[in-house]
Design a protein around this ligand. Structure first.
Ligand code: BDR
Ligand code: CA
Length: 310
């Protein structure tokens, strides 16, 4: 099994990513840390706890992350995820207390203790991960790779102007991560915007039972904005990072050099990829370009079914 640490800001698609990871036999989730992104850190943390409670996964330790991006102000996405960060489904109150350590200490400890190199899976702003790399540089060798949802090379924006939300919210953290030398796999909007659950597929989830219904309810709420702009489905961005680890053949990928724009008045936080290797720099990122959407949805349906079997 591949040991992974998830760093997330739930968030509807983060919730589906957690559901998928905790169902996957191939993955061993060592813990979940929370980031401030879709909502404030208190809200994303409570959501992470509620999700694990709903999934019946009380044994997964959860640690709370940093309160704000490294240098820029808190910027949340209530417009997409609601006031709670996870509006729509009813979550149970968390029973299990949080880990005592902060997210960064927790991540460091898990890396130190792991015999195998660990994959870090961030699906929110990269604040905790950048702090980890700055404070514990020697632990880089314990990280197998970072498989993240964030950025976009050619395929759109979900933040302000040209940038994707997770990178835009903490561009300085993203810069630290992208220049760290740790191998990076990036599932950005280029691939995630096309990796949707179509609206007519919601019923297939509902039919499965409790967890399938949870996914359908997440899609109901998160889907409102996409329906309004004429989309036929909802991109399940964050679950792409987890799906990549379960079955990389779902995605086509390309290695390239990617830098974070920290200067642009309108483009700060955009991920600038040298698609044709014009500059001849060494590639630092394996970038997702496209996915097999139908097989991705099948993977999600199977994951929901696995919870029914207990
Ligand atoms: C990313 O932004 C957040 O709103 C989602 O949870 C996802 O991680 C997509 O741009
Ligand atoms: Ca997220």
């Amino acid at each position: 099994r591949i040991p992974i640490l998830m760093d997330c800001d739930p968030g509807h698609d983060d919730a589906i990513a957690i559901m998928l990871a905790l169902a996957a036999e191939k993955l061993e989730v060592l813990g979940i840390t929370t980031a401030c992104g879709n909502q404030t850190i208190e809200k994303t943390t409570k959501n992470a706890q509620g999700i694990c409670e709903l999934l019946g996964k009380r044994e997964i330790p959860i640690a709370q992350g940093r309160k704000a991006p490294l240098l820029t102000p808190v910027y949340t996405a209530g417009i997409a995820h609601g006031d709670s960060g996870l509006d729509g489904p009813q979550l149970p109150n968390p029973v299990v207390p949080l880990a005592e350590e902060s997210a960064v200490e927790f991540l460091a400890e898990k890396l130190m203790k792991s015999e195998k190199p660990v994959v870090i899976v961030p699906t929110g702003p990269l604040t905790n991960i950048a702090t980890l790399l700055l404070c514990y540089p020697h632990l880089k060798e314990k990280i197998d790779k970072i498989v993240l949802m964030g950025g976009s090379i050619v395929g759109g924006c979900s933040g302000r102007g040209a940038s994707e939300f997770n990178i835009m919210v903490d561009p300085y953290a993203a810069d630290i991560v992208y220049t760290s030398g740790v191998p990076i796999v990036m599932l950005g909007l280029d691939v995630t915007n096309d990796t949707t659950i179509q609206f007519e597929e919601k019923d297939d989830f509902r039919k499965i039972g409790k967890i399938g219904t949870f996914v359908a309810e997440l899609v109901d709420f998160f889907g409102r904005g996409f329906e309004m702009i004429g989309w036929h489905g909802v991109p399940i961005h964050d679950a792409c990072a987890v799906a990549y680890l379960i079955d990389p053949s779902l995605f086509t990928m390309k290695k390239m050099s990617v830098q974070i724009d920290l200067e642009g008045e309108y483009t700060m936080g955009s991920t600038v990829g040298d698609f044709y290797n014009v500059e001849g720099k060494e590639a630092n990122v394996l970038v997702g370009l496209s996915s097999d959407r139908e097989r991705f949805v099948k993977l999600l349906l199977e994951a929901c079914q696995s919870y029914e079997k207990g």
